[in-house]
Design a protein around this ligand. Structure first.
Ligand SMILES: C=CC1=C(C)c2cc3[nH]c(cc4nc(cc5[nH]c(cc1n2)c(C)c5CCC(=O)O)C(CCC(=O)O)=C4C)c(C)c3C=C
Ligand SMILES: [Fe+2]
Ligand SMILES: [Fe+2]
Length: 367
């Protein structure tokens, strides 16, 4: 084992002038392009993570390499192709934009904090961004997962990647980790504002369906708080919107494999609702902070089709938080709280601050 060398150090020297505080916004990751070879690389990395699939390695290896990586890449590539934009994968586009905007929103609140983004799987990797931040003088880093609800399959996996990076670093920056923000008032309010805006434009459907990404049911029995955190987010959102219990439903999507996942499942629920006579439904995905394959393709395309086929008339998909000003403001306030006690003025570069203000103002209202 060898640790990365550090820059020369002289006794008594003042701290490096470039010593900074930084935030690393970490999201799941996405393939480089919507092709089968790119999907194979992405899925191989993602599905080899023991946090994601908890099947003993020798058995899972056979299934993954013998079956899944032979079939799924082509199918998934076609799905990605249907949502790909000129700027690339929506998940990456939104995450990148959120990082730029968060820096601007923190800037106008007086915090000169560097904000970068990283992907747990694919590029830019968490290790490469931490290397870069350290090279750029970051001495304090807040790890901010893009997941409001804690799950061992996502949040803990981001932390694993940070710990693995740190394990090869001689002089580790100060690190802080955000576990979750499923009940943060700003997050709930930003979600509620998305729904209200949608209602103002399109009217209110008979039912609001809140669809969260699923996880295997056994993780709940093993103590993962994800299910409870989703339920709490849903309850708080419903309360904010003044919705009675009979006007909304909470479901779980994106089931993978044959095991039981958290229930009720999104698509069967939509079919059941349509068959029971529900004609219109609003669908929101509160667990996803940016639109991605799971929302734009699985919900806005596949689930819509299933609902309409089963007799529903109106399926209205409500976009994710994306670049919502309320969301970025909430994230800035929340991040500022997490940075408490850390200097955030150490390297105020007026030109960079002005540039981030302009970026925030261009991308959305910076208040
Ligand atoms: C195999 C098990 C999976 C678990 C457990 C899982 C949990 C989980 N995932 C997200 C968020 C996202 N997942 C996305 C895509 C995606 N998820 C899985 C599998 C599991 N997810 C796969 C195989 C894929 C890839 C697409 C496919 O082939 O079906 C995405 C979208 C990524 C994108 O590029 O747009 C997100 C986001 C959460 C929040 C979660 C547990 C709480
Ligand atoms: Fe997933
Ligand atoms: Fe629960």
């Amino acid at each position: 084992m060898s640790f990365a060398p550090e820059p020369p150090f002289s006794h008594g020297a003042p701290p490096a002038a470039s010593s900074t505080t930084a935030i690393l916004l970490c999201n799941l990751g996405t393939p480089d392009e919507p092709t089968a070879p790119a999907l194979r690389r992405y899925l191989a990395e993602f599905l080899s993570d023991p946090r994601v699939v908890e099947i003993p390695k020798p058995i899972w290896w056979l299934i993954l390499h013998g079956i899944i990586l032979r079939i799924r890449p082509k199918k998934s590539a076609a799905k990605y192709a249907s949502i790909w934009t000129r700027e690339g994968s929506p998940l990456k586009v939104w995450t990148q934009k959120q990082a730029v905007m968060l820096r601007g929103y923190l800037g106008v609140r007086g915090h000169a904090v560097e904000v970068r983004y990283a992907m747990r799987y694919g590029q830019p990797s968490i290790a490469s961004q931490l290397d870069q931040l350290k090279a750029d003088g970051a001495t304090r880093i807040l790890i901010l997962p893009a997941y409001p609800q804690y799950s061992g399959t996502t949040t803990a996996s981001v932390f694993d990647a940070v710990y693995s990076w740190a394990a090869r670093i001689r002089r580790i920056p100060e690190l802080r980790f955000v576990n979750h923000y499923h009940d943060a008032p700003g997050y709930i309010e930003a979600l509620a504002e998305k729904v209200r805006t949608h209602w103002r434009h399109s009217g209110q459907a008979e039912q609001l369906l809140m669809s969260f990404h699923g996880v295997p049911e056994r993780t709940l029995k093993l103590g993962d708080p994800y299910h409870c955190e989703c339920q709490k987010t849903a309850r708080l959102l419903a309360e904010k919107l003044g919705l009675q219990k009979d006007r909304y439903k909470v479901t779980f999507q994106s089931r993978f494999g044959k095991a039981k996942w958290l229930q009720p499942y999104t698509e069967p629920m939509l079919i059941q609702m349509a068959q029971a006579g529900v004609k219109s439904v609003d669908v929101v995905c509160p667990g996803f902070t940016g639109d991605c394959l799971e929302t734009l393709q699985e919900i806005a395309m596949e689930a819509r089709h299933a609902f309409l086929q089963a007799g529903g008339r109106e399926f209205r998909y409500i976009e994710c938080l994306n670049d919502s000003p309320q969301w970025l403001a909430a994230l800035a306030d929340f991040s500022a709280q997490q940075l408490a006690g850390w200097p955030t003025q150490a390297a105020v570069d007026p030109a960079a601050l002005a540039a981030s203000r302009t970026a925030a103002l261009t991308l959305g209202a910076a208040q």
